[in-house]
Ligand binder design. Structure first.
Ligand code: SD4
Length: 316
């Protein structure tokens, strides 16, 4: 068992040599669940898995299935706002502590794209399946076809059609894409990210959320990161991979999230759009940062769940 002195030595060394943190056999910080936006119910579902000794992978899948099935969450799964043609198309990915990854893009009619992404990871020789192929795979795996366009999302789309102006504006759509990272009692990390993407996107558009390294990245030796907001900005900078690599170089999760957001701000037109990053490292430190104010995130640890607001580039 790791004593306190050895723990402190490993923690302080980890700043210089991050990969030295929590070598196999060492004891990790308390189980942890973090997610983008206000997601206490999703965190509770993930926490319940960790509390019974489950893997972080099981936890993140169980956690993000909550908003996927919630018809009132208009950014994820069932009830998600459709694209310009009225189609609800879903993007999701998952990554485990061994670096295995699975992803689905442009998936229609399946309530839980995260579970299909996990099946891609575990039951196919591939990392990513898209569109009709992803649907065929899901059906072959026993997933059921369902109508995901709720009456209220359809009504919102029909209203939008009256002007059909497409311009993603900060918080004009309820941002609720869920990126979730969990650390289990063994200290292993996994992550999941799932979304219906930007409302009224062009048909065929895929965002950052199912892209390993953009919407999500996990390296069990270092930490994990996820992103939310305008995916185009995140994809151009390999956002989540960047955050993890910055932590590898010794930045704290907070410093890494800030630096990744600044990379976007430096090169891209950010004034009217939002991007938020959320990260944790092997020590269980948490960081969050966004371009615009208003990016909240949910942290569950030690029996307590808090919804916090991230610092932001344009905030105070
Ligand atoms: C996307 N990043 O499809 C997603 C949208 C999002 O909260 O995060 N919404 O670009």
């Amino acid at each position: 068992m790791l004593n306190r002195r050895r723990f402190l030595t490993l923690s302080s060394l980890s700043g210089l040599f991050p990969s030295l943190a929590f070598q196999p056999g060492s004891v990790a910080p308390a189980p942890l669940v973090i997610s983008t936006w206000k997601q206490p119910k999703a965190n509770a579902a993930a926490q319940a898995v960790l509390d019974r000794g489950g893997r972080a992978l099981e936890a993140v899948e169980a956690g993000v299935r909550i908003p996927e099935a919630d018809p009132n969450d208009t950014s994820v799964g069932y009830g998600g706002l459709p694209d310009r043609d009225g189609r609800v198309t879903l993007d999701a990915c998952i990554m485990d502590e061994k670096g295995n990854a699975g992803s689905v893009t442009y998936l229609e009619k399946i309530m839980h794209p995260i579970s299909v992404a996990r099946a891609v990871m575990e039951k196919s020789p591939h990392v990513m399946l898209s569109g009709e192929g992803a649907l065929a795979f899901a059906l072959a795996q026993g997933f059921k076809k369902e109508n995901l366009l709720t009456k209220s999302s359809e009504a919102a789309w029909r209203e939008w059609l009256k002007t059909a102006k497409y311009k993603p504006i900060i918080n004009i759509e309820r941002h609720d894409t869920i990126g979730m990272l969990a650390m289990d009692s063994k200290g292993d990390l996994s992550g999941a990210c799932t979304t219906s993407g930007l409302a009224y996107k062009m048909n065929g558009r895929v965002g950052d959320s199912p892209i390993i390294g953009a919407g999500l990245f996990v390296d069990n030796e270092i930490g994990g990161a996820c992103a939310t907001g305008l995916g185009e900005l995140v994809m151009r900078t390999c956002g989540s991979f960047l955050v993890v690599e910055l932590m590898r170089q010794g930045r704290s999760p907070q410093q890494a999230c800030e630096e990744a957001a600044l990379r976007i701000v430096k090169k891209q037109d950010y004034k009217e759009v939002q991007v938020g990053f959320l990260a944790t490292n092997r020590q269980g430190e948490v960081g969050a940062y966004s371009i615009q104010p208003g990016f909240s995130y949910t942290v569950s640890r030690g029996g307590k769940t808090e919804v916090l607001e991230a610092k932001s580039f344009l905030g105070k």
